[in-house]
Ligand binder design. Structure first.
Ligand SMILES: [Zn+2]
Ligand SMILES: [Zn+2]
Ligand SMILES: [Zn+2]
Length: 749
């Protein structure tokens, strides 16, 4: 990453300091510099190029060669050369830097309170790009001609805004406007001050940010938060908050040193942190869970909004349920009608939709739940060069991935492919990825599921070859790529659901895998999901299925005692549904087991979003402990072995009947899984001699499960790998699919 990050001025200064002549230029393959002067000066220059880089620059390789002397006298920065294929990486958007921040609040500065202040070390990047190379003319800043003062900064190699493509000021740059719900401008000289007043009096504001609109209310006002929830039909899902600074953050959540580093990094993700009881944040922001999603301001506008009045604002992606984030002013006005009271907009277009990234810290690394703004399109370096492949991801939390040489480029988070808006965004994102990687791979990878939108899209694209990849194999391959490892591994892929070649829903999978093949060594015992899709929204149905497996035909009495069914008659009805196998698919998903256990212990009968029951089970288990429950590994001749949790379910029921504490039960359930995963891994090691275990799948976003499994496996002598830069959930699937397809091509499979 050497373009748009002040790299050429850095080279310029280095050359001038060393008294060298020559030039530096952006090229499709990176940056090229020619220097001439005394040998010692050239050596010192070359050494300097590898060190003291500008904060957003990232250099993967420096090559040098001797050429004929040209007898130049000065050092110049010359225009970009757009010829040939581009190999330069576009940088992600970066949070306002300390220099710009101090200017923003300096009354003597000409950019005092200017909400679009930026420089070569900060500001918008990916989200304003139309095409490459990264020059102002190819961004949404093209329609703002620089004023003489900004132009002078832009042209002065000694200025920190030299070639800062989004450079702007009050005179020449983008401006804010405050609109009412009908889209008419509000009469105000200071849109920010008025917006702050409106938020203070409990209004819902739609605020145009870097990668899309946020919906915002004062996080301390319970009734405002509830109003936003009811208007957005988001009754229970936790909302993210933006906190003024670290000092305020510490009043609201517990923050470790690693978490602080992540919160304050220029990438500024939402970090999941443990709530402090009785903070100023309204309970309605994240009801029923122990964590809160917190981020710090990352644009000048955010700083201006939060500076004086608020400790924290709710900042949630502005969209209707399941739709992608809104980016355009008119689109936002239409789509957020009835939700936002006012719109704080500006006239700099967002060209690339980019949601906030979400992560938590565990096992010494950030663990991504969503990797988007601030990280995309920074590529992942692969261990080897692989053939070009485009992978289209899965159905939920979809991303795309393009492999190019030694790099994997994963797209911004697209989301769930359920709505026409999401499908448009899918196409938008595909075009973007091809443009910024300047490539159009002819090998396409997708999921095995025939009904996924991405699978259908793969068939509609012209391609040399389409390679469908099994969901859980892709999870394991993505974690292997994330750790730059290849060869045979033990793979634990734990999630809600993914299409299995036997036609069942898989999701508690113990695989022996490498980057081209996998074998299903074992799986969680199949559960009947009575009512199919309905069971996912009503986990009490899964609890019934668990009891039926654990108690055979005598399950009804226990189900009645636990108040899962009102009477014998409903029990008979369920018996029929399950026996007849109508609308009752089989699932080995660990996510479903979590749902069932949450319902069994009376945590909730229904869920309003995917993973809710599991999140709450983790939340109440946090801080409790207890002995693991029993479980069984059932060998099966020639077939994968089965991990059966029936004994654990029976023991849990006994504890429930004895009225034991639920947090303790939840903790014991986690312990049981950790022990079961270790026992299965040991069985796989005995059978194969392998000792590397790879953990992937959405269930490893459960911090207790992830850290517990890692610790226990390490104690048992395994080398354990978890995700580092890519989400463990389905957001990481596209990377795994791409690596598998490319490795198959490379090996001639
Ligand atoms: Zn800056
Ligand atoms: Zn200007
Ligand atoms: Zn999955």
């Amino acid at each position: 990453m050497v373009q748009g990050v002040g790299f050429r001025p850095f080279v310029y200064r280095l050359a001038v300091q060393n008294g060298l002549a020559g030039f530096v230029q952006n090229r499709p393959k990176g940056v090229i510099a020619e220097v001439e002067g005394p040998q010692a000066a050239v050596d010192s220059f070359l050494a300097g190029v590898r060190h003291d880089l500008p904060p957003l620059a990232h250099v993967t390789q420096v090559e040098s060669a001797e050429i004929a002397i040209l007898h130049d006298h000065d050092f110049r920065i010359v225009e970009s050369d757009a010829q040939g294929p581009a190999d330069v990486h576009i940088t992600p958007d970066a949070a306002t830097c300390p220099d710009c921040l101090s200017e923003l609040f300096d009354p003597a500065n000409r950019r005092f309170r200017y909400p679009f202040i930026n420089c070569t070390n900060c500001g918008p990047r990916l989200t304003i790009i139309r095409t490459i190379p990264y020059d102002r003319a190819n961004t949404s800043m093209a329609c703002f001609p620089l004023c003489p003062q900004c132009q002078a900064e832009y042209e002065n190699p000694a200025d920190r805004r030299f070639h800062a493509e989004p450079n702007a000021c009050t005179v020449c740059g983008p401006q804010l406007t405050l609109l009412n719900a009908e889209g008419s401008p509000v009469d105000t000289r200071d849109p920010i001050a008025t917006a702050v007043d409106l938020l203070s009096s409990g209004h819902v504001l739609a605020i145009k940010g870097l990668g899309g609109f946020h919906l915002s209310v004062d996080a301390a006002r319970d009734e405002a938060v509830k109003k936003l929830r009811s208007r957005k039909y988001r009754e229970e899902k936790p909302l993210a908050i933006m906190v003024r600074d670290m000092e305020q953050a510490r009043q609201i959540v517990r923050v470790s040193a690693d978490e602080e580093a992540l919160l304050t990094s220029p990438r500024r993700p939402i970090v999941l942190l443990e709530k402090i009881k009785n903070s100023i944040v309204a309970e309605a922001v994240a009801p029923g869970v122990s964590n809160l999603g917190v981020m710090l301001p990352y644009t000048p506008l955010h700083h201006l909004l939060l500076r004086d009045r608020f400790a924290a604002l709710v900042m949630t992606s502005a969209n209707q349920v399941d739709e992608p984030i809104s980016t355009k002013n008119r689109e936002a006005l239409k789509r957020l009608q009835g939700i936002a009271d006012y719109f704080l907009v500006h006239n700099r277009d967002i060209l690339v939709r980019c949601d906030d990234s979400v992560a938590f810290v565990a096992a010494g690394y950030p663990q991504f739940i969503r990797r988007s703004r601030g990280y995309v399109p920074h590529p992942l370096a692969l261990r080897d060069c692989l053939p070009p492949v485009l992978a289209l991801g899965g159905q939920l939390k979809t991303t795309h991935c393009i492999l190019k040489g030694r790099f994997a480029f994963v797209s911004p988070h697209i989301g769930d492919m359920e709505t026409p808006q999401a499908r448009n965004f899918f196409d938008e994102s595909l075009a973007l990825m091809k443009r910024i990687t300047d490539s159009d791979p002819q090998i396409i990878a997708c999921d095995l599921h025939p009904a996924y939108y991405s699978t259908q899209a793969a068939r509609e694209l012209t391609a040399e070859r389409i390679i469908p990849v099994q969901h859980h194999h892709a999870h394991i391959a993505s974690c292997m790529a994330d750790n730059q490892i290849t060869g045979d591994v033990i793979g634990l892929a734990m999630d809600g659901t993914g299409y299995g070649p036997d036609g069942n829903a898989w999701g508690g999978e113990f695989l022996i895998a490498d980057e081209t093949h996998f074998q299903r060594f074992g799986h969680l015992r199949y559960l009947v999901l009575p009512g199919g899709e309905k069971a996912i929204h009503e986990p009490w149905r899964i609890a019934i299925s668990l009891l039926r497996t654990a108690y055979g035909r005598n399950w009804k009495e226990t189900a009645q005692k636990l108040k899962l069914i009102p009477d014998e008659a409903q029990g008979d009805l369920f018996e029929k549904i399950i026996e007849s196998k109508i609308h009752s698919p089989l699932s080995s998903g660990l996510g479903r087991l979590f749902d069932g256990v949450a319902a069994l212990i009376g945590l909730r009968r229904q869920v309003s979003f995917e993973g809710q029951a599991a999140m709450e089970l983790e939340s109440i288990a946090c801080g409790s402990s207890g002995a693991p429950y029993p479980f069984e590994i059932l060998p099966s001749d020639g077939e994968p072995c089965v991990l059966d949790m029936s004994a654990a379910i029976r023991a849990m029921v006994t504890d429930l009947e004895a009225d034991r504490s639920r947090p303790r039960l939840a903790a014991q359930f986690h312990r049981t899984l950790i022990d079961a995963f270790t026992a299965m891994s040991e069985a796989m090691r005995r059978s194969t001699g392998l000792s590397r275990v790879v953990l992937s799948g959405g269930c490893f976003q459960n911090k207790i499960l992830l850290t517990g499994t890692m610790d226990k496996l390490k104690l048992s002598g395994f080398d354990v790998y978890c995700h580092r830069d890519i989400p463990a959930n389905d957001g990481g699937l596209s990377l795994g699919q791409a690596v598998i397809a490319a490795s198959m091509i490379k090996k001639g499979c």
